[in-house]
Design a protein around this ligand. Structure first.
Ligand code: ATP
Ligand code: MG
Length: 749
């Protein structure tokens, strides 16, 4: 259930409580005339979400009343989208076209009641007769036709005796109604066209206003939820259902704001133009706001669901910043995906004093991610780094490799540049460097100062891949046409290099390429011969930076990103701390940087360190959790002290609780000041490491997911993570991930 109740849920709850309906029934009613987009996701989440939350039903209904634009391929895309978002429907997909015979009968009933008539004005006359907002309309002389004549004409319309546009069927309501929609709205029109489901059976097709309310009634819908532009149609909705005096209960229509988002377009018609005009590569082009596009780009369903949750349901239209969606995917992937190395623009580095080769231990996940796993990174004399990570004439504040400044190769050694080799045009073709044998990550005793760590790959074993960098489709916030398309929305890099584990181990299909962003193995074009990766999203919001570059950028108080090379240099005291932290205490440079630059954090860190000597674990808690608290509070306002932080870390250290649970405990401790040991005791959060408890949980998950087991056994080893994740979820994060990993691997063998 969504945390906060929106106005639609309030209505539904009241209707259930008052007994107006026994069960809530909603529907998602798209017209199959294009691929669904993120706006549809909002509607899907609302309709299916409400049905799920109130134990009702939600139908998927194709609103297929317009034979000229609809197609089964769109039906399939809609089904896919709903499934992908994690929803299911009542075994069958419904179609408005299945109700054509019933709808026809309802129209005949209205004619018999004298409430509908066949009009023979042409389109232009109909418009003219309708009047304006300030002037009432006039009724057509054909409105005086007798019931018999109307019945006869309508039947002949149906049989195809007339041409398109020759007659229409209209409701007889009120030509001077203030709501213009009520001025004898059209109910049926003649269309000699092939319908993708009913073929040539029908020569008349019902209009939305007639078909929608009755389809809702036929299906037993209780709450017909639609977007605001249908507000004025609600009167017709009610008129049709009431006039026909249908047996209760009947559905009611409620409107919510449609989603619009900047830097994109969101109507199927405009999307169709982009696809048909080949401005993009098909409906699933990763730059499109279609569900198929997001899926192919690498967005997770969870991120889209979270986004929909965050934007909420309101009654007023507004435009959502696409940065919010990008935040949602970044936030989701941050805790899930392995960190690996990819060099987009390779520059060769020869390490002259290195001989032979080795395999370096490199964790897939940073310490603050509750997942385990690592790979070996091959290292030898020739490696590649990114061209951008070397600068011969560095600007002030450039923290990466220069002729004077050494740099750390992440998970490996510190190197120093010895010589720059250039071609005849002056382009740098190679760096000759020296490595420092005692600077190996994790056991650095070199005492060498570096200001950042960069990604690299081993020349001999790196794999060539294609990388597709996507940017926003339009360069304008509110695009007006094709002229606003962003010419750089797709950049294809043919010769990027990734470390071998990405291809051979395939620890996942989504990755964080260190310092570049999140990437996804393209589900369509990826082959073993030519691996292709899509950029899902960057590590931070580069657009807001561009947009606001003239304003001073507010510096976050803690977490400054050292690795990026754009921050203020440290003063002497800070530098000394930083050196100590990265040196003797073995912290990674990002964490060390955060602590060293903030005296409150560093003093708290040192104090807790004196209570319990576990430098890395403590540093992670202080640099992340405590730093977050200190953004909002002063040091003396904190409810907890250094001793309690030490207590907490001790429990992680001796495996009483997992990393993940530690965060939960911290939150409680920050709120109440309670001792962490007490929190763990009262809440029963002790980590479960006992295989006898974990084993049956795994068995159950394996039994419930035969498809994934089969896929795993067929070689899709990525699914290991799925099973581990399910176990962790089932135990509320209490299972020991290491034990789970081992057991799952064992059982799936
Ligand atoms: P489009 O203009 O993109 O074709 P539509 O409203 O015609 O959109 P339908 O396929 O007829 O799309 O709509 C299916 C359902 O999705 C409707 O209930 C509609 O209100 C909803 N919907 C469509 N676009 C949005 C949006 N941007 N935000 C929220 N709901 C939407
Ligand atoms: Mg439409």
């Amino acid at each position: 259930m969504s945390e906060s109740k929106d106005f639609l849920r309030t209505i539904v709850e009241e209707d259930l409580k008052s007994g107006k309906y026994k069960e809530v029934v909603t529907r998602f009613p798209p017209e199959p005339n294009g691929f669904p987009h993120i706006g549809h996701a909002k509607s899907i989440v609302i309709n299916f979400g409400i049905a799920r939350d109130y134990h009702g039903r939600c139908y998927l209904r194709m609103d297929d009343t317009n034979p000229t634009t609809e197609d089964t391929k769109y039906v399939e895309a809609l089904k896919d989208a709903v499934h992908w978002l994690g929803f299911d429907w009542d075994d069958t997909v419904y179609y408005t076209s299945d109700y054509f015979p019933k709808l026809y009968d309802y129209a005949v009933a209205l004619i018999k009641m004298g409430k509908a008539y066949v009009d023979s004005l042409n389109e232009e006359e109909i418009r003219e007769y309708r009047g304006t907002v300030t002037e009432p309309g006039r009724r057509s002389k054909y409105a005086q036709r007798s019931v018999e004549e109307n019945l006869d004409l309508f039947e002949r319309m149906k049989k195809g005796e007339f041409k398109d546009g020759e007659h229409v069927l209209r409701a007889k309501i009120d030509m001077s109604a203030a709501n213009m929609q009520m001025r004898d709205p059209l109910l049926y029109r003649i269309r000699h066209a092939h319908h993708f489901r009913t073929g040539n059976t029908w020569a008349v097709y019902p209009m939305y206003d007639f078909a929608h309310c009755l389809s809702d009634y036929i299906e037993g819908i209780t709450h017909s939820l639609c977007t605001l532009e249908f507000e004025n149609n609600r009167d017709i909705y009610d008129w049709v259902l009431d006039t026909l005096e249908l047996e209760p209960p009947r559905p009611y229509q409620y409107e919510f704001a449609r989603l619009s988002m900047n830097y994109t377009v969101m109507s199927k018609r405009k999307l169709l133009e982009l696809v048909e005009g080949k401005y993009v590569n098909g409906w699933d082009d990763p730059r499109l706001p279609t569900i198929a596009g997001y899926k192919r780009r690498g967005y997770t369903p969870e991120s889209i669901l979270n986004f929909c949750d965050q934007i909420g349901v309101a009654k007023a239209n507004s435009t959502v910043d696409v940065a919010q969606l990008e935040f949602a995917i970044r936030d989701d992937l941050n805790t899930k995906v392995p960190r690996v190395m990819c060099v987009l623009d390779p520059l060769k580095v020869t390490i002259e004093n290195y001989e032979g080769s080795e395999a370096l231990d490199a964790s897939y996940y940073p310490d603050d991610v509750p997942k385990e796993g690592s790979r070996k990174m091959p290292f030898s004399k020739e490696i590649y780094i990114d061209r951008e990570d070397f600068n011969e004439n560095p600007p002030k504040g450039y923290y990466r490799l220069t002729p004077e400044q050494p740099v750390r190769l992440k998970h490996a050694y510190i190197i120093t540049c010895k010589e720059v080799i250039k071609d005849a045009d002056g382009k740098i073709t190679e760096i000759k460097a020296e490595y420092h044998p005692e600077s190996k990550s994790g056991s650095d005793t070199s005492g060498i100062k570096v200001k950042s760590a960069i990604q690299w790959v081993d020349a001999a074993q790196a794999k060539k891949v294609e990388v597709r960098l996507y940017d926003r489709l339009y360069s304008s916030e509110a695009p007006e046409g094709m002229e606003d398309l962003n010419p750089n929305s797709l950049q294809v890099i043919k010769n990027a290099l990734v470390e071998p584990a990405v291809i051979t181990e395939k620890p996942d299909e989504r990755f964080q390429f260190e310092r570049e962003g999140y990437f996804y193995a393209d589900p369509v074009d990826y082959t073993d011969e030519k691996p292709v990766f899509n950029k899902i999203v960057g590590l931070k919001d580069s657009w807001s930076k561009k947009k606001r570059s003239s304003e001073p950028v507010p510096k976050p108080k803690a977490k400054k990103v050292q690795v990026d090379g754009e921050v203020v240099p440290m003063n002497e005291a800070e530098q000394a701390l930083f050196d100590k932290y990265t040196g003797e205490l073995g912290l990674n440079s990002e964490v060390a940087n955060t602590l060293a630059r903030d005296t409150q954090l560093s003093s708290l860190y040192e104090e807790s360190l004196s209570v319990f000597n576990s430098p890395v674990l403590l540093a992670n808690i202080v640099a992340n959790e405590v730093a977050r608290e200190l953004k909002e509070k002063q040091l003396n306002e904190l409810k907890f002290n250094a001793k309690q932080i030490a207590q907490l870390v001790k429990m992680v250290d001796d495996e009483t609780i997992s990393n993940k649970i530690a965060k939960q405990v911290f939150e409680q401790m920050a709120k109440t000041g309670e001792d962490p040991t007490q929190i763990v005791k009262t809440k029963g959060l002790v980590q479960i490491s006992d295989p006898a408890i974990i084993s049956p949980i795994i068995d159950e998950i394996i039994a419930k997911n035969p498809d994934n087991v089969a896929k795993f056994k067929a070689g899709n080893t990525k699914l290991l993570g799925f099973f581990v994740g399910q176990v962790l979820k089932t135990t509320g994060g209490k299972a020991n991930p290491k034990v789970v990993n081992e057991l799952v691997a064992e059982k799936l063998k």
